[in-house]
Design a protein around this ligand. Structure first.
Ligand code: NAD
Length: 315
């Protein structure tokens, strides 16, 4: 009897791609992983190394070197090909190059008959996710940018450290661009169900005067703090990506902040932007529209506008 197997392809088997594969096999998320890279030797080296884990894992995930023609029956393609920014460059500086790279990937994958989901990691992620949406022709729910998923995790870490609580007890999102213009709707941040504003008011002695703007800046810059020390980031984004993959594969209806096409939500149209969304086997089932304050909404819209303007450079 042939049971249907869950299959993930990872295109770009560098640091982010290989960390994603490693996280997938250690968590036993899927049955098979295809590793695809323009540098075939690199892909093969990663396949070999990952296969050397099998003996000590709970699940034998089949990891093989793949190609685009084999993507017809793949459930999810993760795109993480591209060049990380060079020292002094912004994520945006890699826009043109990343756009050309994803074109060379998405077109052959669509020719294979692929009908699954694309998860886009390549930076600048909001613009590149939009580009993948346009060139793939797939429904909007099938294209997910990792967006502010990793920024939101970083925000929760900061708040957790500040209050000395587990970051997983913090509810809140960084929204908008995965980049400098991202914003935090503080009116919706809660810790253990209590409003963050109320916590600050009730605990002035303990937490002092917290500068919320500085906290947003630190969240947006946290990736660069890692970059400055080790040259790039990969564990955080790989783990966030696996969170998205699990929500799809297991039909979880989990709410996560991801970059998705807005169609009227938050008064925005035709832009990929980091927002909380319900994720299940259909991909993005729906965008969660939180009711922001006027000032928050203004910041969110500025960030969306920045993404929209940047997209014009490649479309
Ligand atoms: P890396 O240099 O380690 O790996 C990139 C891989 O892409 C290489 O193996 C390279 O051979 C491959 N590649 C390049 N062009 C290709 C093509 N045309 N077809 C197939 N493969 C190709 O880089 P990395 O650190 O893994 O980063 C990869 C991407 O992920 C970058 O765009 C980076 O900015 C992005 N990134 C995003 C986030 C996020 O939060 N969204 C976080 C970290 C990195």
């Amino acid at each position: 009897m042939g049971l249907r197997k869950s299959k993930i392809a990872i295109v770009g088997t560098g640091l982010v791609g290989s960390s994603t594969a490693f996280s997938l096999i250690t968590q036993g998320v899927c049955d098979e992983i295809l590793m695809i890279d323009i540098n075939e030797e690199r892909a093969l080296g990663e396949v070999m190394d990952l296969n050397h884990c099998i003996e000590y894992l709970n699940r034998n995930t089949k990891v093989v070197k793949g190609n685009y023609e084999q993507c017809g029956d793949v459930d999810i393609v993760v795109i993480t090909a591209g060049a990380p920014p060079k020292p002094g460059q912004t994520r945006l500086a890699t826009l043109e190059l990343s756009a050309r790279i994803v074109e060379s990937i998405v077109e052959p994958i669509m020719k294979s008959g692929f009908k699954g989901h694309f998860i886009v990691i390549s930076n600048p992620v909001d613009m590149i996710a939009y580009h993948v949406y346009k060139i793939s022709g797939l429904p909007k729910s099938h294209i997910i940018g990792t967006g502010t998923s990793v920024d939101s995790a970083r925000l929760k870490n900061f708040i957790g450290e500040l209050l000395n609580v587990d970051p997983r007890s913090v509810q809140g999102y960084s929204m908008g661009e995965h980049g400098d213009s991202q914003m935090v709707p503080w009116s919706h941040v809660t810790v253990g169900g209590k409003s963050f504003y109320e916590i600050l008011k009730d605990n002035k002695d303990r937490v002092g005067n917290v500068d919320l703007d500085k906290l947003v800046l630190e969240t947006a810059k946290a990736g660069w703090e890692v970059y400055n020390r080790k040259g790039t980031t990969y564990y955080g984004i790989a783990t966030a990506t696996v969170g998205i993959i699990k929500a799809i594969i297991n039909d979880e209806n989990k709410i996560m902040p991801v970059s998705t096409l807005l169609k009227g939500e938050y008064g925005e149209n035709d832009v990929f932007c980091g927002v909380p969304a319900v994720l299940n086997s259909d991909g993005v089932k729906e965008v969660v529209e939180i009711h922001m304050t006027e000032a928050e909404l203004l910041k969110f819209k500025e960030s969306a506008q920045f993404i929209r303007e940047s997209i014009k450079k490649i479309n």
